[in-house]
Ligand binder design. Structure first.
Ligand SMILES: Cc1ncc(COP(=O)(O)O)c(C=O)c1O
Length: 355
């Protein structure tokens, strides 16, 4: 028997009837761009998160990008991002013409370290992007307090953490704006790309709504230069079938994680994930530290068990940022110059899409 890292076919087999019906409903409606399915999903996600507004966009990357633009992040600004996350968290800062400032993460939950973030604040710092990496909530109380002290906007990157909670509140609803990804392998995944912005700020939600349709406030009336970044209608219908099952699926992930930890916690050279007090981890990934990582991965592969390295290289050490003028307060990989292949726009919203 082999156990792949992901097997999305089993979930489809479980949902087949409802899924086929939802997809047929969209095709028969002839409404393929925005429309009722997207609006209904937005209402359902807003209700799930306890947020006033949700806006469906084309991907998690675009959710972060449009949220930053709507918050007015632009040239001359610095944005604090964890040094250890998926590259999209930092790329979007560069799309806006601003500079990501890499902040170290704590070695247990791999979340942005509030102490290191405080040390990285300068007069140019405009925003901070905590990432709920692998489904574990970042320490939002400390991050929100830091943001309040320095007047920073908080953009939660909740791409890997749909349904995770901190102090009983769903992540994505804890900062000024929360951003989700519906990439197929995410814990709430579509059958293609998709993303969502959630916020309590009506003006911010409206601006994201405009930015996702070429900056239009009404048809063919463009207030700002925007993008084509709509959540696909078929994907909205797919996600509406899955959303009611999410809590149960997250509970199953938690049970499986507990079983892995029970089996692994006494193994020397292995560090199991833990849950910080007041946190509800949804284990988008069950991620261990392993002293003999590559040997372990080979051994698992020999047994037919899939495993992946998340992530092999930290962001400041990535080639894309080589010469980026990106300062990370002493983080390895710190260099100076311009990010490779990137010419940040000086017109907010006018830079070409990067996702
Ligand atoms: C932490 C994090 N942020 C952002 C993204 C970007 O999401 P998407 O792939 O939907 O653009 C991802 C997805 O892989 C992610 O893991």
């Amino acid at each position: 028997m082999s156990i792949p890292v992901f097997d999305l076919t089993r979930q489809y087999a479980f949902l087949r009837e409802a899924m086929d019906e939802a997809i047929r409903r969209v095709i028969e409606s002839g409404q393929f761009v925005l429309g009722r399915e997207v609006e209904a999903l937005e209402e359902e996600v807003a209700a799930f998160c306890g947020a006033s507004h949700a806006v469906g966009v084309a991907s998690g990357t675009d959710a972060l990008h449009l949220a930053l633009l709507a918050l007015g992040v632009g040239p001359g600004d610095e944005v604090l991002v964890p040094a250890f996350t998926f590259i999209a968290t930092a790329e979007v800062v560069i799309y806006c013409g601003a500079m990501p400032v890499f902040v170290d993460v704590d070695p247990q939950a791999y979340a942005l370290d509030p102490g290191a973030a405080a040390a990285a604040v300068t007069s140019r710092t405009k925003a901070i992007i905590p990432v709920h990496l692998f489904g574990h909530p970042a320490p939002m109380e400390a991050i929100s307090a830091l943001a309040a002290r320095h007047g920073l906007a908080v953009i939660e990157d909740a791409a890997q953490a749909f349904g995770a909670r901190s102090q009983g509140r769903v992540v994505g609803s804890l900062g000024d704006v929360g951003c989700f990804s519906f990439f197929p392998t995410k814990n709430l995944g579509a059958y293609g790309d998709g993303g969502m912005v959630v916020t309590d700020d009506a003006a911010l939600a409206e601006l994201v709504r405009q930015l996702r349709v070429h900056g239009a406030s009404e048809r063919y009336l463009h207030r700002v230069v925007g993008y084509n970044s709509r959540l696909d209608t078929l994907q909205a219908a797919v996600l509406r079938v899955k959303l009611p099952h999410l809590e149960g699926w997250n509970d199953a992930r938690r049970r499986h994680a507990a079983a892995y930890t029970a089996g692994l916690e006494k193994v020397s050279g292995v560090v199991c994930p833990t849950e910080a007090p007041g946190s509800h981890h949804v284990y988008h990934q069950y991620t261990i530290g392993a002293a003999r990582r590559d040997d372990l991965k080979r051994h698992l592969a020999d047994q037919g068990i899939g495993a992946a390295i998340h992530y092999p290289v930290s962001l400041p050490a990535q080639e894309a940022f080589a010469g980026g003028g990106l300062h990370g307060k002493g983080l390895p990989g710190k260099r100076s110059g311009s990010p490779r292949g990137v010419e940040p726009s000086h017109v907010p919203g006018a830079h070409g899409r990067g996702s």
